[in-house]
Design a protein around this ligand. Structure first.
Ligand SMILES: [Ca+2]
Ligand SMILES: [Ca+2]
Ligand SMILES: [Ca+2]
Length: 165
């Protein structure tokens, strides 16, 4: 049993890291429209809009200011990928805590159950509405890719914020 779990975790994280690294670079190149090696708030906002990624007003500003370690007002690739990596880690933890039966997908009853544990009563219909906002392929389940895509540029930190988004 331990071996199986270990193998799953190792394989899982390996795929995940290499994929992320490559897609961060692609993403960064797309966002850095004036090719100065930095992404500023305006580029981030314009780029996300162009890619059809939904984000809240102020989200681009928030992402840049929380990732901008050297305080020059923009993100270089190191800052950008570090921010996304950390954010993704949080998203993954939340995803895992919602996926009660560990099948790699979140369904409406898991959303309902998780919110109940936080003291929020919602109906099955409300849980389905939340689910539908993230469900890209219409399967009525949200997998990790859909989850990641939905929240990567939404600087929500805990389950409460994520669900209310
Ligand atoms: Ca730039
Ligand atoms: Ca910077
Ligand atoms: Ca599940």
């Amino acid at each position: 049993m331990y071996q199986v779990i270990k193998r799953l975790i190792v394989v899982d994280s390996r795929c995940w890291d290499s994929d992320s690294e490559r897609s961060y670079q692609d993403l960064f190149d797309k966002l850095d429209t004036n090719k100065d090696g930095k992404v500023d708030v305006a580029e981030l906002r314009a780029g996300l809009t162009a890619m059809g990624i939904s984000f809240r007003t102020g989200a681009a500003q928030k992402i840049v200011s929380s990732g901008d370690k050297n305080k020059d007002g923009s993100l270089d690739f190191t800052e950008f990928s570090k921010y996304l990596k950390e954010h993704e880690k949080k998203l993954r933890l939340t995803f895992k805590s919602l996926d009660k039966n560990n099948d790699g997908c979140i369904d409406a009853s898991e959303i309902q159950q998780s919110l109940e544990e936080l003291g929020m009563e919602i109906t099955r219909e409300e849980a389905q509405t939340i689910l539908q906002s993230m469900d890209i392929d219409g399967s009525m389940m949200v997998d990790w890719n859909e989850w990641r895509q939905h929240f990567l540029f939404n600087p929500a930190h805990n389950l409460n914020e994520i669900i209310r988004y």
